[in-house]
Each structure stands twice: as structure tokens, then as C-alpha cells.
Design a protein around this ligand. Structure first.
Ligand SMILES: [Ca+2]
Ligand SMILES: [Ca+2]
Length: 624
């Protein structure tokens, strides 16, 4: 990657006589009065630009950078400024081809009055997230499956690395299905434009159907339906009482991003003398003995050769990313962000972007994807109780330690540190989190082997796992298809766990969106989740109550969720022999209750011990 800057400058293509301005528009009434525009057009920096007077708005500064095709313009927008159009004039236009930009406008829109009410509501432990990949869920509009004017025209459902045509209209068409299941929130993998050439990732020609290679943050990919389809989906979801979590990617962009094809300045990206991959190691960031070099490789190393690493210490990059996060939240009203590849970003930048979001949207939710093994390292990257000179301000994380421990509980033989004890020990370390209820719980996601495969397609274990997911502390996230027992390992690639949802495409022979299209076992799974999810929705003990767990004994693991209105008991036999628990041991939580209701079957029984068969797991609501 030597001299990447100059190599890429020669690589510029497209019509630079068309002017683009980022952000594409802005809003009045922001708490932060500052706005930095990026104007991108052939030789714009060699021109002289003036802003016509506008009440409450001042042009503070125009900054020229290394590349004359960019002008950075700082504005100050006072609280008194009214929505309207700012007008700019160029006096010495350099390109006759750009004559239409001799004067141009920039719009300031009014902010929504509904933030924190029916939009930007935040996502909490009272919610349940349904994670889906828009390209792989449902094709609601076959007319947008590919476009001749995009770099990658691949669209073949038989090719696991092509785009399959799923889109935002498809998600919108299935909102009732998601709501029927009991989810309250949809998290979609990125929807931002990925106008990328095909890559040779893993040695085969691949599209970026997953969406993590942004080429223009201000456009939703038109193969997903573009900005209008997104706006419509978010509004429809909000009208139905569903929320939206969106995937944010600050760490990297695709190498076909406009700012890479025509770089504003050399240090827009983290540059290395030769291509340097990130080590994918979180430890150097947490380690009190860590080296500066290892930190640098983690944070400044590139995720892949085509996912180029943004230099978030460059104030222009930082401002670009922060303004985009604020813009997208205000523009679409999304309720929260899951931040991809969290610890690969510059830590100071991360705190700044979160702070900017919290300031403009006090109810917004932010949790980071922190793919780590230990509880300490997980807590390090969010609000925590650890005594540190630098503290992260992210509200929560995707809880990988609990994920790994869940699989150990389900699959390992019971031991002093294994199986249910491992799960118990993991939760016992929650003392380091400021608020573990803000962590996102999961049994699988788009980067993991599918849960049903990971429990050997054992339905009892599946039920035990679902019980953990939906009754433990935190915000549960279900991965699309897990409710209908979709299975597979990431072998030979991630695409195996990102298969199309059966029934999402016109002409599909199976339709698992409908009970009639599901097998008996799939309906059993669907209905199990549905019953527990709907119970959870109205359960104060699970959604906002406390947790008490007991030391597992002979593979039997018992915990309670409780508040002053409700007590829920979850008891699981992870051993291979029947267990008859000593219920007097749980009396501090059972006292005062005479009956208990199995929340799945509705069956009511007296509060006393009974034999629990191997791999059985029950959720009981206690009754006085
Ligand atoms: Ca489509
Ligand atoms: Ca980075």
C-alpha cells in the first residue's frame, strides 16, 4: 500500500463536475451550533465562495486541504436560525462544466418534534431485538435487485456471495410476522450504499451483500430501496410500535468510497508503509502492560485490504463521521445504534461520537460490538466500574462472554469451572459493568454458527438456550431464522449462516413465515419463542427486575428474576441424570408463594421440588 494516496488520486473516476455536499442537508435547533460541510467538486478550493446573508447563520471558516477538489466550510447555526435554504455564490468558477453551481443552495430543515416519543425512543431490556440481514430476509421489490450503473451487478441466489435481492420493502412486508413472534425491535445489518467492485475475499469473487463496505453514508443502497424505502420502513415500524436499531460502522469504509477514490488528504486513512492488517486483538487496548505498537496495530491496522481504516484522529474525518451519525438519527428517527468493530476505532473518537448522539438525542441507545472473551475486556469498552484513567462511554456491548458461556452451559459436561458453572461464574463478574442490563444478549448472529447447529439440533437444549436468552438480564437479540430452526456452520464461509429466509422470495417452494409452511418441529420452536417473548413483554421481573442466581449443583442451575410485583424462577438441569432439587435452598425467593405457573404450558403446580429430567429447563411465574 505504499503511496496509496497518489495511486488512488490517479484512480479517480466519475464526474467530478457534479457537486456533492456532505451532510446533504442539516437541521436547525441542534444543541451543537457548529456544522462542517464538505464540498466536493473539481477544483472547488481554487474558487472564491461567499454565503449570502441568512439570519442566525454565520460562515465561520473555509478551509482548503491537500486535494483542491475539496472545500471544508464551517458554519455556526444559532438557536434563532429558522429552517430554510442557505445560498452560496461562486465568483470565479474554475470548470465551465460546473456552471450550474455558480449559485447553489443548502437546506436547513426543522428537527422532528417526536424524538424521544415515537422516534429515537431508545432500546432497553424491555425490548427484544430481531436481527436480520436485509439482502437475505425478504425480496419485497424484485425491480431493485440490481442496477446497470452500479459497480457490482451480480444477483444470483444460487451464489452465496452474490446479492440475493432482499430489501427494505421485504422487511416492511414482514413486520407483522416479527411482531407476532414477540420482538419489539429490528436490528438490520448496514443499509448504507455499498457501491463496491467485487472483492476477492477468501479467494473467491464476492459482493459486499452484507453491507459493511460503505461508499456513501448519505445514501441507503438503492438495491435495498434507497433512502425513501428506509424512511418508509422506519415510519411503518414506528406506527406499529416496533423500534429500529441500525448497524453503525465508523472504523472502516469500502475502498470504492468517494473519499478513498479521491482522498481529501493523505492522512484521511491510517496509512502504513506496507499493507498492515489489524491484529484483531482487543487485549492491547485493555492490557496495563500493553505496547504502543500493539495498540496501533489493533486500531490503525486495516480490517481487510478493501475495508480501509479511517483515521478518526484527523478532525475532518472525525467530524464527518460524527455529523453523519447525528444526521442519520435525526433524518430517519432510528431508535439506537449497534456499533460494528467497536474496539478497532480510536477510543477518543468513540467517546466523542457517542457524546454527540447523547447530547442531541437523550433517549438514544448505543451498544458496541465487542467480540472478546473475558468479562473485564467486555466491560472495558462500555460504562464500567473499573478504576481507569480512560473510561469508555458506550452504554453497553454485545455480550460475547455471556454468549460463549451460554454455549458452554449447554454443551460442556458439568464441572467446577465448566458447563453451568461457567455461565454462573460469568454472570458473577457483572460487578464490573455499570449497567449490565444494557448489554445485548444473543445465542447467534450473522458472524456466528447458527444456534440450533451449535446445540447439535437438540430441541431440549434449544429450549434451554431460549430460556436463557429471554429471561436473563439485558436486551435479548434473536437472529432471523433461529425461530424456525435454521441451521448451519460458517463452513466454508459466513454465507452458510446467512441463508435466505424461506418464503421471502416470489416463487419460494417453502414459506416459513406461515405456520402452514413450517414443519411440526419448526412450529414448536416458533411457538416456544413466541409464548416466552410475549410473556417477557409484560413481565416486569424479567424486563426491569433484579437477578438472583444460585451456585449450580450437580448440573442444576437456578436463578430468579424479581421485583416487588413479580417473581420468575428459571431452573435448568444441564446434567445427564434426573435431579430433584432441594427447594428449601431457594426459600429467600420462594417464601410467600404457594403456586407456580409454567409460562410455556400454563400448567400450575404447588411450590415444591419435583424431578427434573436431563436437559429440561422451566420458566415459572410464582403465584401467591
Ligand atoms: Ca429486491
Ligand atoms: Ca481502526
Amino acid at each position: 500500500m505504499k503511496n496509496i494516496f497518489f495511486a488512488l488520486l490517479l484512480f479517480v473516476q466519475g464526474d467530478l463536475y457534479t457537486q456533492t455536499i456532505y451532510p446533504t442537508h442539516w437541521f436547525t435547533g441542534m444543541k451543537n451550533p457548529n456544522l462542517q460541510l464538505i464540498i466536493h467538486r473539481d477544483r472547488v478550493a481554487q474558487e472564491s465562495m461567499t454565503m449570502l446573508p441568512y439570519a442566525g447563520v454565520k460562515l465561520v471558516r473555509q478551509t482548503k486541504v491537500e486535494n483542491p477538489n475539496y472545500l471544508f466550510v464551517d458554519l455556526h447555526i444559532s438557536p434563532a436560525a429558522k429552517p430554510g435554504k442557505l445560498r452560496f455564490r461562486i465568483d470565479n468558477l474554475q470548470s465551465p462544466e460546473a456552471v450550474s453551481y455558480k449559485t447553489f443552495e443548502y437546506e436547513l430543515k426543522a428537527r422532528s418534534k417526536y424524538n424521544g416519543k415515537t422516534r429515537v425512543q431508545g432500546v432497553t431490556s424491555e425490548d427484544m431485538i430481531y436481527l436480520l440481514m436485509p439482502d437475505r430476509f425478504c425480496n419485497g421489490d424484485p425491480s431493485n435487485d440490481y442496477f446497470d450503473d452500479m459497480r457490482d451487478k451480480g444477483h444470483d441466489r444460487n451464489n452465496p456471495f452474490d446479492r440475493h435481492g432482499g430489501d427494505l420493502k421485504g422487511v416492511q412486508d414482514k413486520l407483522d410476522y416479527i411482531q407476532d413472534l414477540g420482538a419489539t425491535t429490528i436490528w438490520m445489518t448496514p443499509v448504507v450504499e455499498n457501491d463496491m467492485s467485487r472483492t476477492m475475499e477468501g479467494g473467491s469473487s464476492r459482493s459486499t451483500y452484507h453491507g459493511y463496505a460503505f461508499t456513501d453514508q448519505y445514501n441507503r443502497d438503492k438495491r435495498l430501496g434507497g433512502n425513501e424505502a428506509y424512511r418508509k420502513l422506519v415510519e411503518t415500524a414506528h406506527n406499529k410500535g416496533l423500534k429500529i436499531i441500525q448497524d453503525a460502522v465508523y472504523n472502516h469504509i469500502g475502498n470504492d468510497h468517494w473519499s478513498v477514490r479521491d482522498m481529501p488528504m493523505k492522512d484521511w486513512l491510517n496509512q502504513w508503509p506496507a499493507f498492515t492488517n489489524t491484529s484483531y486483538k482487543d487485549q492491547p487496548m485493555v492490557d496495563p502492560y500493553g505496547s504502543t505498537m500493539d495498540k496501533k496495530v489493533t486500531v490503525d491496522g486495516w480490517f481487510t485490504p478493501f475495508l480501509v481504516d479511517l483515521n478518526q484522529r484527523n478532525p475532518y474525518v472525525s467530524t464527518f463521521l460524527i455529523q453523519y451519525a447525528v444526521w442519520a438519527t435525526e433524518e430517519f428517527g432510528i431508535d439506537g445504534w449497534r456499533v460494528d468493530t467497536y474496539f478497532y476505532s480510536d477510543p477518543i473518537f468513540l467517546n466523542k461520537v457517542n457524546e454527540a448522539l447523547y447530547r442531541e438525542f437523550p433517549s438514544v441507545t448505543v451498544f458496541g460490538e465487542v467480540w472478546v472473551q473475558s468479562v473485564i475486556n467486555s466491560a472495558y469498552f462500555c460504562e464500567n466500574n473499573i478504576s481507569l484513567s480512560f473510561k469508555h462511554n458506550c452504554q453497553g456491548v454485545t455480550d460475547f462472554p455471556v454468549y460463549f458461556a451460554s454455549l458452554d452451559l449447554l454443551n460442556q459436561p458439568f464441572g467446577w469451572n465448566e458447563g453451568a458453572n461457567r455461565f454462573y461464574q460469568t454472570l458473577a463478574q457483572d460487578v464490573v459493568y455499570k449497567n449490565p442490563m444494557r448489554n445485548c444478549l444473543f445465542l447467534d448472529n450473522h458472524d456466528m454458527n447458527r444456534f440450533y447447529s451449535m446445540v447439535g439440533e437438540d430441541f431440549l437444549k434449544y429450549q434451554m438456550g431460549i430460556n436463557l436468552l429471554l429471561t436473563q438480564r439485558g436486551i435479548p437479540q434473536l437472529y432471523y431464522g433461529t425461530e424456525v430452526l435454521m441451521k448451519n456452520y460458517k463452513d466454508p464461509s459466513d454465507a452458510e449462516v446467512r441463508k435466505d429466509f424461506p418464503g421471502g422470495w416470489p416463487g419460494d417452494t417453502q414459506n416459513k413465515f406461515l405456520a402452514s409452511g413450517r414443519t411440526e418441529q419448526e412450529n414448536k420452536a416458533y411457538n416456544y419463542i413466541k409464548t416466552l417473548a410475549h410473556f417477557r413483554k409484560n413481565s416486569s421481573a424479567i424486563t426491569t427486575g433484579k437477578l438472583m442466581q444460585f451456585v449450580p449443583k450437580d448440573g442444576l442451575y437456578t436463578y430468579f428474576r424479581y421485583d416487588n410485583r413479580q417473581t420468575v424462577m428459571v431452573i435448568s438441569n444441564t446434567s445427564s441424570s434426573p435431579q430433584k432439587p432441594d427447594w428449601s435452598f431457594y426459600k429467600e425467593r420462594l417464601a410467600g408463594f404457594t403456586m407456580m405457573k409454567n409460562v410455556i404450558t400454563g400448567e400450575i403446580r404447588g411450590v415444591h421440588g419435583f424431578e427434573i429430567k436431563p436437559k429440561e429447563s422451566f420458566v415459572f411465574e410464582l403465584v401467591k
